[in-house]
Each structure stands twice: as structure tokens, then as C-alpha cells.
Ligand binder design. Sequence first.
Ligand SMILES: Nc1ncnc2c1ncn2[C@@H]1O[C@H](COP(=O)(O)OP(=O)(O)O)[C@@H](O)[C@H]1O
Ligand SMILES: [Mg+2]
Length: 268
Amino acid sequence: MAITITMGIQKGGCGKSTTTGILAYLLSQDGYKVLAVDMDSQGNLTELLSKRPANEFVEKSVLEAMQRLDPTNYLVPIYENLDLLPANKFLATFPRWIYTGVTYLGEKIRYNGDNLSKILDETLEKVRDNYDFIVIDTPPSLSEQTTNALCASEYVVVLFECSNWCYSAIPNFMDTVEGARNVSKHGTKVIGILRTMNDVRRSDAKAFNEMIEEDYPNEVFKTIITRKALIGRLSLYGFNQNAELKQAFQANVVIFHPCRYSIDHIFT
Ligand SMILES: Nc1ncnc2c1ncn2[C@@H]1O[C@H](COP(=O)(O)OP(=O)(O)O)[C@@H](O)[C@H]1O
Ligand SMILES: [Mg+2]
């Protein structure tokens, strides 16, 4: 049975999609069987992992998987141990579909379950036994996509990028996680707040790092992900045959260690 982890915060540009992609990639490289689920209509995780435009997955995405409550026909193999459940712009019609029972293609499909935030959970049920980990990327909002991701997850990693608006987003996000925990059978628990895209030379970043540590001393991961050009360029070059990434690994630059750190927390 897979362990499911959602990466979230309702503020954009905090490293959710990048960190989800890196986490999925590293876990699969470690020999775990991994499913990466894109729950953001921007399709950034889809493009990062598949190296294809998200629009190529129209009618072949997580949205159709949820409408049929079965992801089997929508899984895209990326590497030997890594599959992707992709997203595209039409995922933005997910709320309209669940409230009207009409899909963006005009089909009438009504979800008959007891809770509209459990559609993804029910969908993933069909494949949970095939994976060790399922990692889910979420949109920058507390929308139905996010509540569905949370209700399907045992664990949540909260992404924190040093800015005032990300700081003020955290309490509402924590409340939403608690709401999900009350209805989910998975226990939806925050395993940690991960400080990402940190510019250590900036004094305001230092101040925010300290503030978040004071507010959430038990939740905050000790490791901080710094802003690195190489990680920014992943969206351009991807993981496969990425010469500079290979070089970084050879030089033993442990840029990705924080993600491993998050996983260690699950097992300890
Ligand atoms: N550690 C990092 N160092 C440098 N650039 C990063 C890092 N993490 C993410 N980025 C870049 O920052 C931007 C926002 O990251 P993204 O993962 O898309 O955030 P979100 O999914 O929260 O909106 C992207 O262009 C991404 O390539
Ligand atoms: Mg994103």
C-alpha cells in the first residue's frame, strides 16, 4: 500500500511543483515504485516530468481518471519506477464538473460518493497497491483540487518561501489540512514545513526563517532548500540526460538532500 504525500501551500511560486518532481524522481531512483499526480491545471509537474506540453494530455489526464474513478488508462510511464498522472488546463473545470455533474465535454457523469473531496482518494484506491509512494502536486489555491489531494494523503509537506504572503498563507493552509483530516481515512498529517528557494544572503529571508521556526518549532524541517540556478533550470532540461545535474551528483553536491530528509521523517 503506497504512502501518499501532498506538497502544498495556496501561494504560487513556492517550489511545490519543482520539489514534487524532485521528490518523485529521487524516490524512483532509490528503487521505490512512485506515482506522481498533478492536481494543478497549470500542468507544471506534468511538463517537468514528461518533457511534453501539458496540452498533449487533453482527454488523457487526472481529470478523466477522476471522472471514471479509475486511473489505470491514464498513467504515463516516465522512468522504470516512475509513473505520472498528468494534468492540463481542463483540470480547472473540475469544480464545475463536481457541482453540476456535467464534464467540460458535455458528458453527464455524476459522482455518487459521500464527499466531493474524496474523489481523488477513491480514484487512487485502484492503484495504491502498485506503488510505494504517491506524491501529489497542488495548485496555488485552497480549491477542490487541493482538498481532494489532502483527503487522499497520509502526509502533507507545507512549502514555505520567505515572503510575507507565504507566511500569512500558512495558518489557513494548516486549517484546511485539519479540515481534511476530519473527513479523510488517511489521517492527513503535516510532516513538516519545508523552507524552499531561500536566498540566504537576504536579511528578510533570515528573519522569515526565524519567524517560522518560532511559530512552528516542531513542524519546521531543519534543512533549508536554497535558491540554485541548477534547480531553476530543471524546468528547461528535466532530469534525463541533464549534463549539469549529472555533474552535480558526481561532485557530490547534495542539493536534493532536503527531500530525502522529508522522507526520513516519515520512517522515524
Ligand atoms: N530551489 C530553487 N532554486 C531556484 N529556482 C527554483 C527552486 N525551486 C523552484 N524554482 C523555480 O522557481 C519557480 C517557481 O517554482 P514552482 O516549483 O513552479 O513553484 P510552485 O509550484 O509553488 O508555484 C519555477 O520557475 C522553478 O523553476
Ligand atoms: Mg506549481
